[in-house]
Write a protein that binds this ligand. Structure first.
Ligand SMILES: [Zn+2]
Length: 250
């Protein structure tokens, strides 16, 4: 990734933040510490999850309906661990089959109008060489949803006022130009991620045996997350940071 010499840093904590992501756990991985920092400063933090997370297992015999319910509960617990007090909304697209259709764009724009976020966060659709299609489509739905929400003549059938967020922060950014100082919020991020227990094997390399081996794997995972926060923080001289592409919404 290429980074400008001096990225901008630390927006004022917004009144309302809305994080839009493809799957349960994406928000916590990509911007959990930033949301925890803002929640501690009084921001109302909302989550909008686009898919049902039904492919998030390596068990070929898993009960996928049960998995969806588990992942929704985990996502709500993770939001609480961040200190988020807002809505946790699930649009319910089938995991792996998210598409950036006009219908989905309308749904995303409607939630932006309903929740009226000051800042929207979401996947960077321009990130190169990204494998997972849901993350690409979630990025387009976020960017295009903001444009549709902000102007009055898009999706007039919503029957509610248009809403223009002040800022859009894209995570997993191909070319970050903004860093939030999240020093002191690594623990909240890790605690929220550890609420996603069904993902221990698939995304965190943690076994589920509850023994000393698991404890070691949890510590290895914590070190991995702290390493990522250090890498992002280095871009702006912070001990821990989360980096974004900041896009004007005007
Ligand atoms: Zn994901």
């Amino acid at each position: 990734m290429s980074v400008p010499d001096r990225p901008s840093t630390d927006l004022d904590p917004p009144a309302v933040a809305l994080a839009i992501a493809a799957h349960p756990d994406d928000v916590e991985f990509q911007c959990g510490a930033t949301l925890a920092k803002w929640a501690a400063a009084g921001t109302v933090v909302h989550h909008l999850l686009l898919t049902d997370g039904s492919k998030g297992t390596w068990d070929p015999d898993a009960d996928l309906e049960a998995l969806v319910a588990v992942r929704q509960d985990e996502q709500r617990a993770a939001a609480r661990a961040l200190g988020a007090t807002g809505e946790v909304v699930f649009l319910g697209a089938i995991d792996g089959e998210l598409d950036s259709t006009l219908e989905r764009r309308s749904e995303v724009a409607r939630w932006i109008r309903v929740l009226q976020p000051t800042i929207v966060l979401g996947h960077d659709p321009w990130q190169r060489y990204r494998l997972h299609p849901d993350h690409r489509h979630a990025g387009w739905l976020t960017v295009d949803g903001v444009v549709a929400a902000r102007d009055p003549h898009f999706f007039r059938e919503h029957g509610i006022a248009h809403h223009r967020p002040d800022a859009l922060l894209l995570f997993e950014a191909d070319e970050p130009n903004h860093v939030e100082d999240v020093t002191g919020f690594a623990d909240a991020k890790v605690a929220a991620l550890l609420e996603h227990r069904s993902q221990f094997e698939t995304t965190m390399a943690i076994g589920d045996a509850g023994d000393a081996g698991t404890a070691r794997e949890v510590e290895r995972f914590r070190a991995r997350i702290e390493g990522e926060l250090r890498d992002h923080g280095t871009l702006a001289g912070f001990a821990h940071g989360e980096a974004f592409r900041r896009i004007p919404t005007t």
